[in-house]
Design a protein around this ligand. Structure first.
Ligand code: AR6
Length: 181
């Protein structure tokens, strides 16, 4: 049975096949969830990010790449880059959709079963939280509905505000046949 779960906590502690990182185009780490993932995951993650940089010059906004999870309990880290919110006139919506969809599709292509997302772009990149949650739930429930391999997606909300938003929105966006806590 396919499932979407909303949890409050730290994504670095998740024992799933892949956790998603809200990275930047350099892939070299930063603050927020990106900082926590690199700090706790260790140097192996950065070393793989540097190899990806050498090959393709980083990661564009809305795209996603995958590395080891180093010392983290997850098996992989999918690094995606969400948009920086300006005023909604700079393709922010489509770019956030792309970040979720491309991360999901990378997991699906690698036949992963369980996936955890942070609330991409809603920290340092200032995307409005309510709107970001609507986009995330809509895209991911649609992707999960048609997926052959991914069975479970956890939205890991770090801050209380996002957790409440996700809890109140979740049931509206979950496709038929997908269970939500
Ligand atoms: N686990 C889960 N979520 C977290 C954690 C954690 N350990 N820490 C923070 N969050 P942000 P962005 C939440 O700023 O807005 C970095 O410098 C946080 O509460 O991490 O996409 C990158 O290098 C928020 O809801 O990412 C980029 O330069 C969400 O994660 C830039 O920040 C996203 O906040 C990306 O900005």
């Amino acid at each position: 049975m396919k499932k979407i779960t909303i949890e409050q906590g730290d994504i670095t502690q998740m024992s799933v096949d892949a956790i998603v990182n809200a990275a930047n185009t350099s892939l070299l780490g930063g603050g927020g969830v990106d900082g926590a993932i690199h700090r706790k995951g260790g140097a192996e993650i950065l070393a793989e990010c540097q190899k990806i940089r050498a090959k393709q010059g980083g990661c564009n906004v809305g795209e996603a790449v995958i590395t080891t999870a180093g010392n983290l309990p997850a098996k992989y880290v999918i690094h995606t880059v969400g948009p920086t919110w300006v005023d909604g006139q700079y393709n922010e919506t489509i770019l956030l959709k792309n970040a979720y969809r491309n991360s999901f599709q990378l997991a699906e292509n690698l036949q992963l079963k369980t996936l955890a997302f942070p609330n991409i772009s809603t920290g340092i990149y200032r995307f409005p939280k309510q709107f970001a949650a609507q986009i995330a739930l809509e895209i991911i429930s649609a992707e999960l509905d048609k997926a052959d391999f991914v069975q479970e997606v956890v939205f890991v909300c770090f801050d209380e505000e996002n957790f409440r938003i996700y809890q109140s929105l979740a049931s509206e966006f979950i496709a038929q046949g997908i269970v939500c806590n």
